[in-house]
Design a protein around this ligand. Structure first.
Ligand code: GAL
Ligand code: ZN
Length: 676
């Protein structure tokens, strides 16, 4: 595959030639080129124009659009159009349409109206993919492919899904006896005597058997993988020189993005940071997590396939206008965190169809305004820095472990008011980001070599391998941090029959004797220095079995018992956080952990400012990003030069609202960037 092209640090746009008069195309594409755009993504929803009637392909329009891009020096990413099967196809094959859990049909007219198990969409999807791939395999402007658009679990309950689930279950368990045992179907007389009785969870109740529900979700995730793989195989065969990616949608998604991406060269993300002023204290941090999570999917740099270009709307009331500098700043944030190409959604706001008012770079008037002027400046900057940044990537000593299986298991069995697997991860990640601690967000089963600290919130499900990996990591000198509700479940979503935290008991040196699901009733914890903090959601009541308490509960019947513990384990240690503490506590705890492991921190980073680094043969680039509406000043240790304007910076970097600086240490040594 064409890694070289995929690794360019550059700007792209999403363009829908099929939605605009042909007379506009050349002017649009020329203007893109003059602005410094390098990539155009096209055709992800254009099946009805590629194949207006069954078997009749119309390529002239797309040929012309691709040709024009080539003529003006733009590279093209094409897409398989399977998210929008045309009306004639769903009419011919109604089995394509997904059936919702309540039994109603998800009709044509919107998009995403395709069941991944439908034999019809699979075969017609392969057919259109093959036709498209053959048509453009040799076109010099085309560099890569996006599969479908924003896969998500469509939670289809059609007959084909039931049948496929039956086969999946059979393949996984072999016998009904095993199914009955692994799902614990004896409860409520749910035992199966015939394979035919196994079906989708009609009605969609989350009070059905949790082992069965988790497996049904796993089956649905697998069906996305299979659906995509059939297209990927065709693209690989027909277009061996092109890269293949998929644009993942806002997290958390109920899907296995890791298995989906195994078949891809790189992951992409659609990034729409919130423009609301009252979200500026959380939005940019949640965005930082999305970017880290995307980089973690393949543990390498990624693309943004859709980047905010104007106020979103259409699906909800229109968002606030992006403040001056906002569009540019969030592109730099994405690049800082490992995005190479950033593709803007969209060149021009729609004048027709459902997505009017989801604003692009230019409004339907086609008169470029303030947003476009900012975009022009951005393109010029990115193009100027592209060679410097090419081949650089973020490198971190801290890993935060993420799991779509934990997410689903905790969704199926909600543990406490206000407890959310993903929101809790956000809290830990935000605390890290505010301390300037960069981290990799990786799948929970990944190897942990090279890290010093591993943070594992919400490890509800547990297996021997992950427990052993964590133990090995700590034994070898690393610090592991696990939280309440760890080790509660077997992978089949049955409760472990041991004292919690089950398989993590040795590592953590504690036993959970009882717990109190406090939900929204705030409790208090106090640390050894006598400082008090609040906590929510849950309180495990612990017995120490080798660990030491570093904070205890105040009040209630477990007054004075341990709330946060640390256990020496081999050369390293394991922390157990038995509740969900407030941000102030997480900060102090992470400062302690980072200090012990000599992980660099920036404790005086002003509110709203984020730091990130990309390192490569050219050295280390430090991105200092003010992602808020107020000016900020960042104090650095050492001498830096701005690679944006060449200005030297000693000690203080002033940042206007949404201001960004990209710095290189004056001595130019990789990894020597130090700010305090
Ligand atoms: C994305 C999607 C795009 C467009 C955009 C704005 O999620 O991939 O096709 O719909 O949102 O709504
Ligand atoms: Zn289905």
């Amino acid at each position: 595959m064409n890694y070289k092209q995929a690794e360019q640090v550059q700007i792209g746009v999403v363009y829908y030639p099929e939605q605009w008069d042909r007379s506009m195309w050349e002017d649009d594409i020329r203007r893109m080129s003059e602005t410094g755009v390098k990539v155009v993504r096209m055709a992800e929803f254009a099946w009805s124009r590629m194949e207006p009637t069954p078997g009749v392909y119309e390529w002239a329009w797309l040929d012309e659009a691709v040709e024009l891009c080539g003529r003006y020096g733009l590279q093209v990413v094409l897409c398989t159009p399977t998210a929008t099967p045309p009306r004639w196809l769903t009419e011919q094959h109604p089995d394509i349409l997904p059936i919702r859990p309540d039994g109603s049909t998800y009709h044509a007219g919107v998009r995403g109206h395709r069941c991944y198990s439908s034999a019809s969409i699979r075969s017609h999807g392969q057919r259109i993919t093959e036709a498209l791939a053959r048509r453009y395999a040799g076109h010099p402007a085309v560099i890569g492919w996006q599969t479908d658009n924003e896969f998500g679990m469509n939670d289809c309950h059609c007959d084909a899904c039931s049948e496929a689930f039956r086969q999946w279950t059979r393949a996984n368990y072999g016998s009904l006896e095993a199914v009955n045992r692994e799902w614990g179907t004896v409860v409520w007389s749910g035992e199966y005597n015939e394979w035919e009785q196994i079906a989708a969870p009609y009605g969609g109740s989350r009070f059905q058997n949790p082992s069965y529900l988790l497996d049904f979700a796993r089956f649905q995730w697998d069906s996305i993988v299979v659906f995509q793989r059939e297209q990927v195989e065709i693209l690989r065969r027909e277009c061996p020189d092109h890269f293949i990616t998929h644009n993942f949608h806002t997290y958390p998604q109920r899907m296995d993005q890791y298995r989906v991406a195994e078949d891809l060269d790189l992951a992409s993300f659609d990034y729409y940071p919130n423009t609301a002023p009252d979200k500026q204290s959380t939005g940019p941090y949640s965005g930082a997590l999305s970017l880290d999570l995307t980089r973690g999917i393949k543990r390498r740099n990624f693309w943004i396939m859709e980047q905010l270009s104007g106020p979103p709307g259409a699906w909800f009331a229109t968002w606030r206008a992006p403040y001056p500098g906002f569009i540019r700043a969030f592109v730099w944030q994405a690049i800082a965190k490992g995005a190479d190409t950033v593709v803007h959604f969209r060149w021009r706001s729609a004048a027709i169809g459902a997505e009017q008012f989801w604003h692009g770079l230019i409004d339907p008037s086609n008169v470029p305004g303030r947003r476009f002027a900012e975009f022009e400046r951005l393109c010029a900057e990115v193009n100027r820095l592209s060679d410097h940044l090419q081949g650089t990537e973020p490198k971190h000593e801290v890993a935060l472990l993420f799991s779509h299986e934990q997410l689903e298991a905790l969704r199926i069995q909600h543990q406490a008011e206000g407890m959310s697997y993903y929101e809790n991860i956000k809290d830990y990640h935000r605390a890290l980001t505010k301390l300037g601690i960069g981290c990799d967000v990786i799948e929970w089963t990944q190897p942990l070599d090279g890290y010093r600290v591993v943070i594992a919130p919400g490890f509800f499900l547990m297996n021997e391998q992950v427990a052993a990996t964590l133990e090995r990591f700590a034994a070898g000198g690393g610090t592991v941090l696990v939280t309440m509700r760890a080790g509660v479940k077997e992978m089949n979503n049955q409760h472990v029959q041991m004292l919690l935290p089950g398989r993590l008991a040795e590592l953590t040196g504690i036993r959970v004797e009882e717990y109190d699901a406090i939900g929204h009733d705030a409790h208090t914890i106090r640390d050894a220095e006598g400082r008090s903090y609040s906590c929510l959601q849950w309180c495990d009541i612990l017995r120490l079995e080798g660990a030491e308490a570093i904070a205890c509960y105040e009040g209630d019947f477990y007054d004075g018992t341990p709330a946060v513990t640390v256990n020496a384990y081999g050369e390293g240690r394991a922390y157990y956080v038995a509740t969900h503490p407030d941000e102030a506590y997480l900060r102090d705890l992470l400062l302690r952990v980072a200090g012990e492991q000599e992980v660099r921190v920036y404790p005086d980073l002003p509110e709203g400012v984020q730091l990130a680094e990309r390192t490569g043969d050219n050295g280390t680039y430090l991105f200092v990003m003010n992602l808020c509406r107020e000016p900020r000043e960042v104090h650095l240790n050492g001498a830096y030069a701005s690679v944006l304007d060449g200005e030297p910076h000693e000690a203080v970097v002033p940042l206007e609202p949404y201001g960004v600086e990209i710095l290189k240490h004056a001595s130019d040594e990789a990894g020597s960037a130090v700010a305090q």
